[in-house]
Write a protein that binds this ligand. Structure first.
Ligand SMILES: [Zn+2]
Length: 302
């Protein structure tokens, strides 16, 4: 256990074990179900003081599933009524996440939005989340099949930049997808137009840009407001380890130890074994202290 305040900057929470298990679709590596009750116990045991709940509500997937249920001759074209229903689901989940954060100060809320909602609804939702105590916004372009430069998101970036809310986005390979390579939408270089146009926006590319390490390095060199988290890539799960311990140390130092935050991607991975695996890296105590908490408190203002 570390002897300073540890922050896990990337977890997902679910209302019930059933919903959590369904979200993971059998890909969970930690035997966890994602409920706040389970998570709070894990945190106490592992000595983790705070976690950042990043929402991922698969709006695109839910939308397509609903369209598929329509009679065949009605499936073509836009379905505003289905979009409205799914937008409500995204918002309900966001309200729940913010409510949890109010009840439990150790659970920070980063609700999500999806371009399918439309620009106006996304901006309104960002405002609602900010009022509701959210500390930032989560995007998952890999799940939603959109690029970070998607013009529907432009008003959102302007809004979060104005509100001073950071964005955490999935970065690099997405393991739960069927498109080739799994990173079409979220390779780190795809975030360039956003960072270029919104220089004050703080953007966290999750998973150190999973698999596209050099692109993360290039991005970090060019843009001072891009940050990273270690979730899923320093997990302690041997067969999914894509970075060796020594490569992880040199990547973190090249990106800048001030710009990397520890994360686990619970419930897919275990916060306890991710922490254990991180503590084993040959970084200095000062570097570990930054990555395990100081950076998150400064970057995410938590
Ligand atoms: Zn995640």
């Amino acid at each position: 256990m570390a002897d300073y305040l540890v922050v896990d900057a990337h977890v997902h929470t679910y209302k019930t074990p059933e919903i959590g298990l369904q979200a993971m679709g059998g890909a969970g590596q930690a035997g966890c179900n994602g409920t706040p009750e389970e998570l709070l116990d894990i945190l106490r045991e592992a000595g983790i003081a705070k976690v950042v709940q990043v929402n991922m509500t698969p709006m695109r997937e839910m939308y397509h599933a609903a369209v598929e249920k329509l009679p065949e001759n009605q499936r073509k074209g836009e379905h505003p009524e289905i979009i409205a229903t799914m937008s409500e689901r995204v918002k309900r989940r966001n309200r729940w996440t913010c409510e949890l954060a109010r009840e439990h100060p150790e659970l920070i809320a980063f609700p999500s939005i999806d371009p399918l909602m439309g620009s106006e609804a996304m901006v309104a939702e960002v405002e609602a989340c900010a009022k509701d105590g959210a500390k930032g916004i989560k995007l998952h372009p890999a799940e939603g099949h959109y690029f970070p430069r998607d013009e529907r998101l432009w008003p959102v970036y302007a809004k979060v930049q104005k509100l001073g809310l950071p964005i955490i986005s999935h970065g690099g390979v997405f393991m739960m997808t069927d498109y080739e390579g799994g990173a079409s939408y979220t390779r780190p270089s795809n975030f360039e137009p956003v960072l270029e146009s919104f220089p004050k926006l703080k953007l966290v590319v999750a998973h150190l840009g999973h698999g596209y390490w050099n692109e993360s390095v290039e991005l970090a060199k060019k843009y001072p407001n891009v940050f990273f988290d270690t979730s899923a890539v320093i997990s302690g799960v041997e067969h999914l380890q894509t970075l060796s311990a020594s490569d992880a140390v040199s990547l973190i130092r090249t990106l800048g130890v001030e710009r990397v935050m520890f994360g686990s991607d619970y419930p897919w991975f275990s916060p306890a074994s991710s922490l254990k695996s991180f503590l084993q890296l040959s970084l200095t105590t000062d570097e570990k202290e930054k990555i395990l908490g100081k950076n998150a408190r400064r970057i995410l203002k938590i």
